[in-house]
Design a protein around this ligand. Structure first.
Ligand code: B1M
Length: 232
């Protein structure tokens, strides 16, 4: 489109650029998202503000039109790719930390579910806060969590689910940990758009994390309590 081509991102005010980035994310324009991300950083924006105000908010808008049948899977995949391209620029900035390691987390999206943007974001923010993160990726059966627990001996097991059909699988993982007598050795955190606190309690998790910032706060808080409890 002629007028789209005429837009020079670097000439837009911050507010207009952020609004344009929401449009570009909607249209799945990866290069424009990369450019917009770099421009905002160049103007002194904090990486976290670029992430939340430009990228996450843009994806929220995509989600509404996906829900309402205005956008379809192929289009949303392009949006997701554009989002990931922006996140890739922010990642090293968000995880830059001189802080001593606070603990270790294994995190993955549960079986049947391929959504990974939120989980990746949680991983980035946790690394930024000084946690070591082992990312199991998507579509994880219980065996993957168990072998990662065995191999990495994390402090925290994190699970992500974005579908109402996959979130019950979190209970399968927690119940299996109980059967093996290892549930109480770990902090179990769960998150994802369709979850809530009641659900987390019902499946036996330690906490529900509404977003990546809450995941960090919760992990820090529960790690403090774990240390205060002392060795078993
Ligand atoms: Co899908 N999708 N999708 N999708 N998708 C949703 C989730 C949906 C709500 C859209 C809608 O209808 N409004 C809907 C689910 C409805 C439901 O279950 N009630 C849906 C559907 C139906 C589907 C398919 C079934 C569509 C189809 O095929 N017909 C299909 C399922 C595939 C599968 O998994 N088996 C599908 C596919 C896809 C794409 C592949 C196209 C793409 C995913 C690409 C990718 O992830 N690589 C996609 C996307 C992008 C979305 C939406 C639009 C955006 C999700 C996202 O990335 N949000 C989503 C709509 C929505 O959520 N509003 C939707 C941004 C992200 C930053 O937020 O993931 O919530 P979020 O993560 C947050 C918090 O939730 C929390 O912190 C994160 C950061 O702040 N959090 C955690 C998340 N995980 C955590 C783990 C923790 C802690 C906190 O552990 C400690």
């Amino acid at each position: 489109m002629a007028d789209e081509d005429d837009i020079v991102l670097s000439e837009l005010s911050d507010d207009d650029l952020v609004a344009q980035m929401h449009d570009d994310l909607y249209d799945g324009l990866k290069e424009e998202i990369q450019e917009g991300t770099n421009i905002l950083l160049g103007r002194g924006w904090q990486p976290y503000d670029v992430l939340t105000k430009a990228l996450v908010e843009g994806m929220r808008i995509v989600g509404i039109d996906f829900r309402d049948g205005i956008l379809f899977v192929p289009e949303v995949l392009l949006s997701a790719n554009a989002m990931k391209a922006g996140m890739a620029i922010l990642r090293p900035l968000l995880i830059e930390t001189g802080a001593p390691k606070l603990g270790k987390m294994v995190v993955g999206t549960v079986k049947g579910d391929i959504h990974d943007i939120g989980k990746n974001l949680v991983g980035m923010m946790m690394e930024g806060a000084g946690f070591e993160v082992i990312d199991l990726g998507i579509n994880n059966p219980v065996e993957n969590y168990l072998s990662a627990i065995d191999e990495h001996q994390p402090d925290i097991v994190g699970m992500s689910a974005l579908l109402t059909t996959t979130m019950p699988y979190m209970k399968v993982v927690i119940d299996t940990m109980k059967e093996k007598g290892i549930r109480d050795d770990y902090i179990v955190l769960v998150g994802g758009a369709p979850l809530n606190e009641e659900f987390a309690e019902a499946v036996g998790a330690d906490a529900y994390c509404r977003d990546a910032a809450v995941a960090v706060e919760t992990a820090q808080e529960l790690m403090k309590r774990k240390h205060n409890r002392g060795p078993a």
